[in-house]
Ligand binder design. Structure first.
Ligand SMILES: NC(=O)c1ccc[n+]([C@@H]2O[C@H](COP(=O)([O-])OP(=O)(O)OC[C@H]3O[C@@H](n4cnc5c(N)ncnc54)[C@H](OP(=O)(O)O)[C@@H]3O)[C@@H](O)[C@H]2O)c1
Length: 282
């Protein structure tokens, strides 16, 4: 069975394909349309976008013109981190649904616990109020699962202590050598599936010597090793690619990294030290 048809089960019973196709920095128009169309053709059934990526229209068009039934595709989008006024949530959700030309989302995430210009500032009260709006959309059946992104342990606990529904997913920056042990464990211990964003460090880990030598031993590419590493740690990777060859290669993950090599990868120094690191996360 291809990894693309394997699923994790979220804490509300919903199944989510084990590999998602990332779309950050894929320009709207032909590039996003062609990338998503190629991913669906290659067998991906889980697409990750966001309002702020500016490409929801092309992502939706590629999905709607794929010939694949909507219910067979798992579609995620995100409420901008800048939206901390609960009264604006329903309006942003409607814009996203309209852009994607769909009736519902499989997963809707609060993109970040802070506006990107104020990384690290606490918005505890606002995040609770915003989350309660997501709960309403969930209960109304407009979203199949709700979750968060870039939330550290404090931000997650704030929601757990003050709201009704436990997030299904926390999407965080995660790749070999940057695995945020504390934040990852806190979410996982509370039944929240952790999704790994930038699993290839946006391309910056491709030439890491330890990764290269291990990949050679398994006769796979560094991206394949990096993605398999994420899955074997129980997380869901979201690789992004625009090249058709990359899209297809990233779905070929039918090999197993030995326990000893997983230990090496889990102990590796940051595989992409010059990569931008979310400063609230470690
Ligand atoms: N929630 C958040 O705040 C957040 C933040 C960042 C990312 N994300 C999500 O996570 C997704 C992935 O992260 P990312 O966009 O940072 O990128 P990434 O998946 O870590 O890396 C993508 C880069 O690696 C290259 N690449 C992909 N597969 C390859 C292969 N097999 N061989 C060689 N190069 C390969 C791509 O090249 P080509 O494009 O040329 O093929 C691209 O330059 C995003 O697209 C987004 O959906 C979420």
């Amino acid at each position: 069975m291809s990894i693309l048809t394997e699923t994790f089960t979220l804490n509300n019973g919903v199944k989510i394909p084990k590999v998602g196709f990332g779309t950050w920095q894929i320009p709207d128009g032909d590039t996003a349309y062609n990338a998503v169309a190629a991913a669906l053709k290659a067998g991906y059934r889980h697409i990750d976008t966001a309002y702020v990526y500016g490409n929801e229209k092309s992502v939706g068009k590629a999905i709607n013109e794929s010939g694949i039934a909507r219910e067979d595709i798992f579609l995620t989008s995100k409420l901008p981190g800048e939206v901390k006024d609960a009264s604006q949530v329903a309006g942003y959700f409607d814009k996203t649904i309209k852009n994607l030309a769909t009736d519902y989302l499989d997963l809707y995430l609060i993109h970040a616990p802070w506006p990107w210009g104020q990384i690290g500032t606490r918005f505890d009260k606002e995040n609770v109020a915003v989350w309660k709006e997501l709960e309403k959309l969930y209960k109304a059946g407009k979203i199949k699962s709700i979750g968060i992104s870039n939330f550290d342990a404090h931000d997650v606990k704030n929601l757990l202590d003050n709201t009704d529904i436990v997030p299904a997913v926390n999407q965080i920056q995660y790749y070999a050598g940057f695995t945020q042990p504390k934040n990852t464990a806190f979410s996982q211990d509370n039944g929240i599936l952790v999704e790994a964003y930038s699993p290839l460090a946006t391309g910056d880990l491709l030439h890491n010597p330890t990764m290269t030598s291990l990949a050679d031993q398994y006769k796979v590419s560094v991206p394949q090793l990096a993605l398999r590493f994420v899955i074997q740690n129980g997380l869901l990777p979201l690789p992004k690619a625009t090249s058709q060859a990359h899209i297809e290669a990233n779905a070929e993950l039918d090999f197993t990294i030995s326990e000893a090599d997983m230990a090496t990868l889990n102990a590796i120094q940051d595989a992409a030290p010059t990569h931008f690191h979310n400063p609230t996360q470690k």
